[in-house]
Design a protein around this ligand. Structure first.
Ligand code: NAD
Length: 368
């Protein structure tokens, strides 16, 4: 009995659901963490090796992210234990059955995550009656295609720069991971006058202190090529992105890329976090001590989930962009002001803000 409640604290989780269909080899876990602000939004991950604890931590992270973004949504997450590269027909059957099983769990709204995409969300919507991250033809706003998270990152930078007296005109940007988040962040920052001086993907780093053409690099990636295939700039190792002299360094690839052993290599003034948990806490503290301003992931990269919440309400793409701009700017400012005032890490200030919002929503509930 105790075991089933090992994650329970003052915030949740309100429900952990175990789904098992032996004939389909369907094994899944849903964690609905906290719904004080509204129905939980969180992705469905298809992966063979995620523990229940990890699923709980991911759900909790969504509780903070959604509350920090000021959305009327709590946090949740689900994991289907399977190989995401399984045959398409088998995957469809598995996901449809999973969605059927959560049809009545109406306080959890699924979205895409690792191993699922907009097509999977269409199946979930048909079976369960709700999902976000849908294909455009059935009311979705394709957030990666339009660059919702990259747009939010640029808005975040526009506010954060004031705190360090950085002019965006000519500001030098380096992007680790030129994918959905990184390339759009570079595009929106270039539109504000910043200059992309380096970008990396899994095959290497491309660097040019005189500036890279963002649109050409996006076209290159769209054609299935690597940044290294670009005809200009220095071709360096993947890791070399860490050493680039810049003003804004954007992690937009993997977790834990900046750690105690490599943090001293970074030469930047600002780090808006596009990727989730790109720095260890130790590295984040070291950057703060050196005066590098870090805007934590769940404040800086909230554009995607804000877009999903707008989609859920039937909002337009234009309205989603307006909402992202307003929310990310306001939250970045609030977090950085509080962090300055209390001489605290921006992450601690952000967590404080999210917790206060969840706690005050909990006071409005019958049971809290
Ligand atoms: P993506 O797969 O579109 O892009 C990731 C890019 O990173 C790819 O170009 C890949 O080549 C590159 N990459 C991978 N490992 C690398 C490495 N070691 N060095 C340099 N480049 C590397 O993924 P994405 O949707 O852009 O997501 C990136 C990160 O942002 C993830 O951590 C994700 O969880 C987070 N995130 C994404 C969104 C979103 O809206 N897509 C929202 C919030 C957070």
């Amino acid at each position: 009995m105790e075991d089933a409640f090992r994650f329970a604290d003052e915030f949740g989780p309100i429900r952990i659901i175990h789904i098992y269909r032996p004939s389909l080899a369907l094994k899944a876990i849903v964690v609905v963490d906290n719904i004080a602000c509204g129905a939980a939004i969180g992705g469905i991950r298809v992966a063979p090796d995620v523990s229940i604890e990890e699923c709980f931590r991911l759900a909790r992270a969504m509780t903070w992210k959604n509350a920090a973004a000021g959305l009327p949504h709590g946090g949740g997450k689900s994991v289907i234990f399977a190989d995401p590269r399984m045959a398409a027909a088998a995957k469809e059957e598995l996901i449809r059955e999973f969605a059927n099983a959560i049809r009545d769990t109406s306080d959890y709204i699924p979205g895409p995550d690792m191993g699922t995409d907009e097509r999977c969300m269409a199946w979930v919507k048909e079976e369960a009656g709700r999902a976000v991250g849908l294909p455009r033809v059935i009311g979705g706003i394709p957030l990666d295609e339009i660059g919702a998270t990259g747009f939010g990152l640029a808005a975040c930078v526009d506010v954060a720069r004031e705190f360090i007296g950085l002019d965006l005109q000519g500001a030098r940007v380096a992007v680790q991971g030129f994918g959905a988040v990184g390339k759009h962040a570079a595009r929106f920052l270039a539109a504000k006058g910043a200059v992309l001086v380096a970008a990396s993907d899994t095959r290497g780093t491309l660097a040019d202190a005189s500036g890279l053409d963002v649109e050409r690099l996006i076209a290159l990636k769209q054609a299935g090529q690597s940044l290294r295939d670009h005809d200009k700039g220095a071709k360096l190792s993947t890791d070399a992105i860490l050493d680039i002299d810049c003003d804004i360094w954007i992690p937009a690839a993997r977790p834990d890329v900046v750690r105690a052993d490599n943090v001293s290599r970074l030469r930047t003034r600002l780090m808006p976090q596009g990727a989730n948990i790109p720095c260890t806490l130790e590295a984040e503290r070291a950057l703060n001590a050196r005066g590098v301003l870090v805007v934590p992931d769940f404040i800086a990269n909230a554009g995607g989930v804000i877009c999903a919440a707008m989609e859920y309400r039937g909002g337009t793409q234009r309205a989603a962009f307006d909402y992202i701009d307003e929310k990310v700017r306001a939250n970045t400012r609030a977090v950085l002001q509080e962090s300055r005032r209390d001489n605290a890490l921006p992450r601690a200030a952000a967590l404080g803000l999210a917790k206060r919002r969840v706690l005050s929503a909990m006071q409005l509930r019958r049971w809290h």
